[in-house]
Design a binder for this molecule. Structure first.
Ligand SMILES: *Cc1c(COP(=O)(O)O)cnc(C)c1O
Length: 421
């Protein structure tokens, strides 16, 4: 069956025909058949160079043979035990060795659970209720974090079914704006349990922190006895061996991890200072539990992945990112288009706006109609990126310099056609 028919059939049984909303786009999404290395093949027989990479996890490309070998080996020994395994300690040790703030780790099954648990832990650790998050930041699909993007005010629910009682303790702030935060802390400093942020915003395109901004957040939270949580579900093990906190040299109190950590399988984690982490059940009384926490398949895939992510790996990965971004910049310069080439290391995106993008409001000035034409033209050229302007594109070490050159030609053609309509 072809993707269009598969989608029509799927809509009968799955709301909107998909299991996560970002996967749906007009007129219908392609259905995956298989993927290997940098490529994904659909049910219609088309092959695409993939820069969505499952929204970030596949940092070595799809179906890495070393990881698959280790997983198959583990599968033959059992897939869930309900009792501890030695490998959980090994992966926790690896996380502690890599990630500056990590002294202890709790493995969970998704990034969503990781941020939900980290927020609970920060509230318990501070004995306070309020948390600050940034406009446009995504921390998973749970009630604490599903807060409507507004301006500086107390958050309203971003979805029916989330009670205002839940989100009234979530305060929104604009990213990269020191004054707005100082104002919030002047008023409410003694009530704020935590600031949670994506150190590089990856769910509204790709927005870097301004020079010194993360250090400012570290200082502000320290002065107010609040907890600083880096949500590194995307940036963890992508920006560097130790994630954004190593890359920028700013150490938070807690970190949430996911995506790359599971080596292509569902996994999340929270990690941080021992005194906080030991408050988690059963060593403490902050409740956290999960049937599939530390699942041996995900742990094996994560551990095998970590063994391959050494300094050489990051050099290769980042030089691909540089090739891609400078290639895109050249294309835009040739066409005298003043759009923004965003990203760093192995992350990139084009914002179809002439405004520099430093926060959610800036990102929203993008021409999303033009982006959508660009996306569809890229598909016709055999390149798959996330279908939304407000997602980030990712590279893997499976993408060769030649693949990137091919992609740059596709980008050039796609921008030309998106502009000419
Ligand atoms: C993807 C993501 C999450 C949620 O992770 P899931 O595994 O999808 O639940 C949380 N935070 C950030 C920054 C993410 O990108």
């Amino acid at each position: 069956m072809r993707s269009e028919e598969l989608f029509n059939e799927a809509k009968k049984y799955l709301p909107g025909g998909v299991n996560s909303p970002v996967r749906s786009y007009q007129p219908y999404p392609f259905f995956a058949q298989e993927a290997e290395g940098p490529r994904i093949r659909d049910a219609d027989g088309n092959t695409y160079l993939d820069y969505c990479l499952a929204y970030g996890p596949m940092v070595m490309g799809h179906a890495n043979p070393v990881v698959m070998g280790a997983v198959l080996n583990q599968m033959s020994r059992g897939t869930a035990f309900g009792v501890p395994t030695e490998k959980e300690t090994e992966l926790a040790r690896e996380v502690v060795n890599r990630v500056p703030c990590a002294e202890m780790v709790r493995f969970v099954s998704t990034g969503t659970e990781a941020t939900m648990s980290a927020i609970r832990l920060s509230r318990a650790g501070c004995g306070r209720k309020k948390i600050i998050k940034f406009e446009g930041a995504y921390h998973g699909a749970h009630d604490y974090a599903l807060v409507k993007s507004g301006s500086g005010a107390v958050g309203l629910p971003d979805s029916p079914g989330v009670p205002e009682e839940t989100t009234k303790n979530t305060i929104l702030a604009p990213f990269n704006n020191e004054e707005a935060l100082v104002e919030i802390f002047d008023q409410l400093g003694e009530e704020i349990a935590a600031i949670i942020l994506e150190p590089v915003m990856g769910n509204v395109g790709c927005i870097e922190p301004k020079q010194g901004y993360l250090k400012f957040l570290r200082k502000l939270t320290q002065e107010n006895d609040s907890i600083l949580i880096f949500d590194e579900v995307i940036t963890g093990f992508r920006l560097s061996r130790g994630g954004a906190q190593e890359y920028y040299g700013v150490t938070p109190d807690l970190v949430t991890l996911g995506k790359i950590l599971g080596g292509g399988f569902p996994m999340g984690a929270l990690a941080g200072k021992k005194e906080l982490m030991e408050m988690i059940t059963p060593s403490g009384d902050v409740y956290q539990a999960g049937t599939f926490n530390g699942n041996p398949i995900s742990i094996t895939a994560g551990l095998t992945t970590m063994e391959l992510l050494d300094n050489n790996f990051y050099n290769d990965l980042n030089s691909s990112g540089n090739q891609m971004r400078s290639g895109i910049q050249d294309i835009l310069d040739d066409k005298s288009l003043n759009y923004q080439v965003a990203g760093l290391v192995s992350m990139f995106q084009i914002y179809f706006t002439e405004k520099e993008v430093w926060n959610y409001a800036d990102a929203k000035t993008s021409d999303t109609g033009k982006f959508s034409r660009y996306f569809h033209e890229l598909l016709r050229e055999g390149v798959f990126i996330p279908p939304s302007q407000f997602e980030c594109c990712f590279l893997s070490t499976a993408h060769s310099p030649r693949d990137i050159n091919t992609t740059l030609h596709a980008i050039e053609n796609s921008i030309t056609r998106a502009e000419s309509i």
